[in-house]
Design a protein around this ligand. Structure first.
Ligand code: PEP
Length: 247
């Protein structure tokens, strides 16, 4: 199973710096083709130019969210077929920032993931517990409940990636121990197996304060098949070290 490293640029980057980052990554990937698969998820305004800059480089393009409907009166939203149309092969859905800021429910995340798969995209479905949920020993129950509610009906590895992102680790500089990551990922694998046989091979990413200093340790944990990187993806140098650690 080839590992996957996804860079989520979030709401960062005007054309000049986004394009410089994309071009620098293309140069690095051309000079030393990475062992892992890399997907860049720029803000929607940069999907087309970044897609053009990375064309033919082996780097993939992804959206940060999509609407559950393919088209219609949804001001400000972007649909999965629109992402596919501009060259995306992945889309992140259910990121904790969207679950929190836009009150996205598991059912809505499932509808978005289903729309993504219907459009021919691979959905990166995010799950993860809050600090309070971890402190009360409910991490695995919360994550399994989110999976059961958020995953699309089609669960094959080409259609789905799961990202375990403890909310308290995102942007905080704190990460779970390797043992904690191993327990949650193993529980996610078990839940995927229970949901559908074809889901067993789905890649499970870890996300939350991944940096060059901890990438190797996190990516060698059992059942970690890649990383979802936020802040660390805004520096080409850091992101490349992280991706290179993910062989
Ligand atoms: C994220 O928000 O998906 C994320 C992993 O962020 P960071 O790497 O900045 O913690």
């Amino acid at each position: 199973m080839r590992k996957l490293v996804a860079g989520n640029w979030k709401m960062n980057g005007l054309t000049a710096d986004g394009m410089a980052r994309a071009r620098d990554l293309v140069a690095l990937a051309t000079a030393t083709p990475p062992a892992c698969e890399i997907v860049l998820c720029p803000p929607a305004t940069l999907l087309v130019p970044v897609g053009q800059a990375i064309a033919g480089s082996g780097l993939a393009l992804g959206g940060q969210d999509c609407h559950a409907e393919p088209a219609g009166p949804h001001t400000g939203d972007i649909s999965a077929p629109m992402l596919k149309d501009v060259g995306c092969t992945y889309v992140i859905v259910g990121h904790s920032e969207r679950r929190h800021e836009y009150k996205e429910s598991d059912a809505l995340v499932r509808a978005k993931a289903t729309a993504a798969v219907a459009a021919g995209l691979c959905a990166i479905v995010c799950v993860g517990e809050t600090a309070a949920e971890r402190a009360s020993g409910r991490t695995e129950a919360i994550v399994v409940r989110q999976l059961q509610g958020s995953l699309p009906p089609k669960l094959g590895p080409a259609k789905l990636v799961v990202a375990y992102e403890p909310i308290w680790a995102i942007g905080s500089g704190r990460t779970p121990t390797a043992q904690d990551v191993a327990s949650v990922h193993s529980r996610i694998r078990e839940a995927l197996r229970d949901l559908a046989t074809e889901a067993v091979a789905v890649r499970i990413l870890y996300g939350g304060s991944v940096k060059p200093a901890n990438a190797r340790a996190l990516t060698t944990v059992a059942n970690v098949e890649g990383l979802l990187v936020g802040g660390g993806s805004l520096s080409t140098e850091e992101f490349w070290i992280i991706a290179s650690a993910c062989g």
